[in-house]
Design a protein around this ligand. Sequence first.
Ligand code: XMP
Length: 511
Amino acid sequence: MKENSNQTVIVLDFGGQYKELIARRVRECKVHSRILSGNTPIETLKEIAPIGIILTGGPHSVYEATSPHTTKELFEMGIPVLGICYGMQLMAYTLGGEVKSCAVSEYGTVCATYDDPNCAIFDGLDSNAITLMSHTDYVAGMPEGFRSLAHTADCPIAAMCDDKRKLYAVQFHPEVERTKDGTRLLNNFLYNVCGAKGDYNMDDFIRRETARIREQVGDKQVVLGLSGGVDSSVCAAILEKAIPNQLTCIFVDHGMMRKNEGDEIQQAFAGKSLNFVRVDAEDRFLKKLEGVEDPERKRKIIGEEFVRVFESESAKYEGAFLAQGTIYPDVVESGLTTGAVIKSHHNVGGLPKDTKFIGLVEPLRSLFKDEVRELGRKLGLDEKLVSRQPFPGPGLAVRCIGEITKQKLDILRNVDYIFREELEKANLKYDQYFAVLTNMRTVGVMGDGRTYNYVVGLRAVVTSDFMTCEYAHIPYETLDATSSRIVNEVKGVSRVVYDITGKPPATIEWE
Ligand code: XMP
């Protein structure tokens, strides 16, 4: 695809785990970025004519025959280059410097001293900074024309440059948060060295991505599984903008959504230039779940049934593309970049086997969650939808402990609704909050009679990554109001408890 008039920075990938993060930091600095393989031909780079090139880190040593290498020409095009970690070693090695194995490897945060604070990339930065290091090799001798810019206790050349040729390199990782002012360093490289104009923003992403989608899809149809979550909703919105009237969104209502949620999702896409198909599959799912108590079995059954329903609905669209709202953290969590699988429920490995679909469209694959939300806002999606908290794929099934019945789900939906309403009324914003229907019943007294009804749990957590969390310190008045509304308004509930456990040791969901 031809680049439009925006400036571009190329991130050349040498196997580093942070390549997307580098690309994202460049976008944060309002410069368009593209990731290309480290062995991209020089001719291709010349054609793109980027304003700068960033070489990523990587787990290799330049002296291994199988390591990714590059040629001198990369540094002779007159395009500014910033080498990071392995990228620095590669720059030194390729241009005739010396790379050696460290006597003391540096892993983790290390204090670096910037010896030349007037250098273009250190402009405005403190001369002593915490940096993230992760290396066993180091640059022991610089190529001709270079000077050292920084050192640490164990690394004599922690940064280097040749101003004349606009070649810069740092041994540490400026792209990670743990490096103090790392984004500022990248910003300096982009603006002080590459002459960036800052002409990239979300509008630019929309322009490029819609053009790319149109080119990929042509006049074919696209089918998207819409859950109503942020990612699939934003995916639907950008597809609709790119290829109006060629998109079918299939929303499988498994009957385990929160109160009114199915209708809200349908409403959000009403009146748009797409075909919205709502499959009411509640009975089908509940039947499959009859008598099932084990949470992992529930997940498995729902997952499999979901695929079956989706497949039978989408079979009507033979010769179509399949769209997915995969975002970058999904790709990482599925181990495609690092080999370590953290979660297995994301389908990011390409089209499923034996599929009738002719290809996969993933417009959000390079974006991080906050960028997806920003994109959703730009595309005019409702704020409620864009800032929606995470909701597990199996829905209320993992919040309804023990066997699932329609009656239990309805009780849970009503309790959850009251809890959400009370938090909103009190203007309390937590990262995730919900109710749980425990499978336990306890004795109570209502009026003059004895009751034997369900205990419900309330959970609200504060977290940034959902890998760990603290429980939210909800004011007592709000808990009081919520509890009394629940027992008064929801038949079948006589006791309310608040979960005060963090993660670890607990998890966010109860099942
Ligand atoms: P846990 O309970 O593991 O949850 O602390 C972490 C985050 O993941 C969500 N979650 C799920 N999401 N399918 C999903 O799509 C699941 O089976 C699932 N289980 C938990 C949970 O809501 C929280 O945001």
